[in-house]
Design a binder for this molecule. Structure first.
Ligand code: PMP
Length: 446
């Protein structure tokens, strides 16, 4: 790749990048191909060599309104000039108050308190801390464990890692710094399949045996994202809520990936009609324009936290409630409240169902699944992300496979024609992998 091409007078030194700049989950010894982006508009990224790519990832599932949206840009520009940042200790401001009001209005009735966190992982840490402090305030300090399910993903910080899939490689690496939690089997029945309540036998037994140590059950509602892009049955979630009530443990829902329309409902918990005691939000909260997350909880949880020996909730990062981030979130949520996302997501869903269906017959495709604005081809073997990435770039799209999954989660604003380009690229690449003569080129360690 040409490392010195310039577009819009922007030179990106990709050689320096490869030598000095760490990217997520990469080695500094063996840098993977990295593409320089100079701008993005609508659903298109422009590379430094002028190539335009249709984004199938919404930049890790966050940019639901697309890039450079005039409403979000204008709101942020205005706020930057007025108040970019101020400490949140002892000070508040309109963007934080307005955002909190919107979140309380949009989420279920039980969720009345908002803690603004910096990122999704931190929102999960905050949720876990709230649960532990809650039980201290309820004179039950032994309740310190989190019960979760396998194949989950909740972030990269230590407490968040402790609830990620135990076989996913995060646990072994960091030894005893990763707290031991309780893992039940992941939900089995798919979103559309028949549900058998027997599925919850194992989690129910674990709750029965250990509820005196369990502070909360933590789960991604309806869709397990980075742990495998698995969509599970809504009745699993409603039965789980009942078990939490029965055994007196809190339910923490991690809606960081699913929140704000991605699965076809505003929040994925609405598929099951359940309420969380604690809810984690992130990613699309700001439309993906700047990092911000939120942990919401009920009056009851907030009261328990306040009754704990500390008397206060023990968390408070420097950039808490950053006004610029809150402003981006308000603009993004105003766009969500205009409701266009509903028709957008449902037409994305039906188009993906139609266009991806044939891939189920490809030799190396084991499953095709679609829910809301998430479309997945599950392949037989682990994929070589770098090699496939280049193929996708050659086809004019930005799709980043991981593990054995080729998936898209496009911005809701994508046009039908652009979506066809994404699904066609997915099929073209998946089909090629299916050809035995090409297998060694594209399937490797991952
Ligand atoms: N929870 C879920 C369900 C996620 O999908 C992610 C990110 N993929 C996180 C938590 C962590 O969020 P962040 O990367 O913003 O820390």
């Amino acid at each position: 790749m040409n490392t010195t091409n310039q577009v819009n007078n922007q030179f990106i030194d990709l050689d320096f990048d490869a030598k000095h700049l760490w990217h997520p989950y990469t080695s500094m010894n063996n840098a993977l191909p990295t593409y320089g982006v100079v701008s993005a508009e609508g659903v298109e990224l422009t590379l430094n060599n002028g190539t335009k790519l249709i984004d199938g990832t919404s930049s890790w599932w966050a940019c639901v309104h697309g890039y450079s949206h005039p409403k979000i840009v204008a709101a942020m520009q205005h706020q930057t000039a007025q108040l970019s940042h101020v400490m949140f200790g002892g000070i508040t401001h309109r963007p934080a108050v307005e955002l909190a009001r919107m979140l309380v209005d949009m989420t279920s009735e039980r969720l009345t308190k908002v803690f603004l966190a910096d990122s999704g992982s931190i929102a999960v840490e905050v949720a876990m801390k709230m649960a532990l402090q809650y039980w201290q305030g309820r004179n039950n300090p032994n309740k310190q464990k989190i019960l979760t399910v396998k194949s989950g993903y909740h972030g990269d910080t230590f407490a968040a890692m402790s609830v990620c899939d135990p076989e996913g490689g995060m646990h072994t690496m960091f030894g005893e710094l990763v707290t031991e939690q309780l893992f039940a089997p992941e939900p089995k029945a798919r979103f559309t399949e028949c549900f058998d309540a027997e599925e919850l036998q194992s989690i129910s037994n674990m709750l029965e045996d250990n509820h005196q140590q369990i502070a909360a059950v933590l789960i991604e509602p309806i869709m397990q994202g980075a742990g495998g892009m698995r969509f599970y049955h809504a009745e699993y979630l409603s039965a789980l809520r009942k078990l939490c009530d029965k055994y007196d443990v809190l339910l923490i829902l991690d809606e960081i990936a699913t929140g704000f329309g991605r699965t076809g409902k505003l929040f994925a918990y609405e598929h099951a009609n359940v309420e969380a005691d604690i809810l984690c939000l992130g990613k699309a909260l700001t439309g993906g324009y700047i990092s911000l997350a939120a942990t919401m909880c009920s009056d009851e949880v907030a009261q328990g936290v306040s009754d704990s020996p500390a008397g206060v909730f023990m968390h408070g990062p420097t950039f808490m409630g950053n006004p610029l981030a809150c402003t981006a979130a308000i603009a993004s949520l105003e766009l969500i409240n205009e409701q266009h996302w509903q028709t957008q997501v449902s037409s994305i869903e039906s188009q993906m169902k139609t266009e991806l269906a044939e891939a189920v017959d490809y030799t190396n495709v084991v499953d095709v699944r679609v829910l809301g604005a998430v479309g997945v081809l599950e392949m037989k073997s682990t994929l070589n992300t770098a090699a496939l990435q280049q193929q996708f770039v050659d086809l004019g799209v930005w799709i980043r496979p991981f593990s054995n999954l080729i998936y898209i989660m496009p911005p809701y604003t994508i046009s039908s024609c652009q979506l066809t380009q994404l699904t066609s690229a997915m099929k073209a690449v998946a089909k090629q992998i299916s050809l035995p003569s090409n297998d060694t080129n594209f399937i490797s360690h991952g």
